[in-house]
Design a protein around this ligand. Structure first.
Ligand code: ATP
Length: 302
């Protein structure tokens, strides 16, 4: 297990982390979400020993991370960290050597990851001559090239084109299948929803929601039903007991049902208006769950 346990961190009066904890199992892909400035980078930097926590620790296999165990982590920092004048393959082989690979293995790993991440034609170019997206790919290759036991990636998908997103996603899933725990931060919640086994949402210094996306949906609790009745008169659903109309546009209605309201009664009411072309429960997207989770509760806002 990779365990983030009770992390507390302030910068002056700015209490950024106030007890952040979550765990990532081997082979699990964990999407670390939160608004700008929520503290995701700070959390990852603490794990890598680049910022010091005021309290709490990060453990891998039960041991607090130290310099030696961090050698076995593939880390992609937010601020990026490549040598601009070094050539791509040479640089990746260098990073692999830093992670303990022999020079022969390092050269093979550099060759492999440049191929996997669409950089085969760029191996002999200086990093500074690459486009931003390709520099990003090199940075990802640098995190992967040392055969990491754990991956901690700060916004690895930002700036990648759709093909780059796909090749990185495939590479990360492959790492998971090999038993590597992967944590990555992202604002691309559609991607998080598609890729991650578990999600943690950081707000107000703590993890305010965590679990699989279906678990987050279940915790959210709202029951919304989408009913499409093209010929129905406007406002038809307002007359059904226990139903609140969330939105209604040319027969396409989104309804919130009270706990005791039978969806079949709603269907019967819809059928009385004419044709029903769609009737189904609507699952909130991760974007909607995120908005709900980060919204300041009235008691805090007051
Ligand atoms: N070295 C530092 N000195 C002072 N304040 C800092 C430092 N690093 C981060 N902060 C503050 O800590 C807070 C959290 O920043 P952090 O970069 O961890 O957030 P984030 O969730 O990664 O944000 P984003 O999504 O915008 O990248 C911010 O208010 C930021 O200004």
């Amino acid at each position: 297990m990779l365990e983030f346990d009770g992390l507390v961190k302030s910068y002056g009066d700015n209490r950024v982390l106030q007890g952040v904890g979550f765990t990532v199992a081997p082979g699990q892909m964990f999407g670390f979400c939160g608004s700008n400035g929520a503290g995701k980078t700070t959390t990852m930097r603490i794990a890598m020993g680049l910022a010091r926590a005021d309290a709490g620790e990060v453990r891998w296999r039960g041991q607090a991370l130290d310099e030696a165990s961090r050698q076995r982590i593939g880390y992609m920092p937010e601020e990026r960290g490549l040598y601009p004048k070094m050539k791509v393959a040479q640089q990746l082989a260098y990073f692999a050597r830093l992670h303990g690979l022999s020079s022969a293995d390092a050269a093979v790993a550099a060759q492999h990851w440049t191929g996997r991440l669409g950089l085969a034609d760029r191996r002999d170019e200086q990093v500074q001559k690459l486009s931003l997206g390709n520099q990003q790919r090199v940075q990802l290759a640098a995190a992967l090239v040392g055969r990491p036991e754990v991956l901690i990636l700060d916004e690895p998908f930002s700036g990648l084109d759709p093909v780059g997103v796909d090749s990185l996603a495939e590479a990360l899933l492959e790492q998971c299948r090999a038993g590597v725990p992967v944590v990555f931060s992202s604002h691309q919640l559609d991607l998080v929803e598609r890729l991650c086994d578990a999600v943690g949402i950081l707000a107000r210094g703590t993890i305010v929601a965590s679990g699989t996306v279906p678990e987050l949906r279940a915790a959210e609790g709202g029951r919304q039903l989408r009913v499409v009745v093209p010929d129905a008169p406007t406002g038809w659903a307002g007359a059904v007991p226990g139903v609140r109309v969330v939105s209604e546009q040319r027969g396409d209605t989104l309804l919130e049902l009270d706990a005791g309201t039978d969806d079949q009664a709603v269907l019967a009411a819809a059928l009385r208006t004419g044709r029903v072309t769609h009737f189904g429960w609507r699952e909130p997207t991760l974007v909607e769950l995120f908005r709900e989770a980060v919204a300041v509760p009235p008691a805090v806002a007051a």
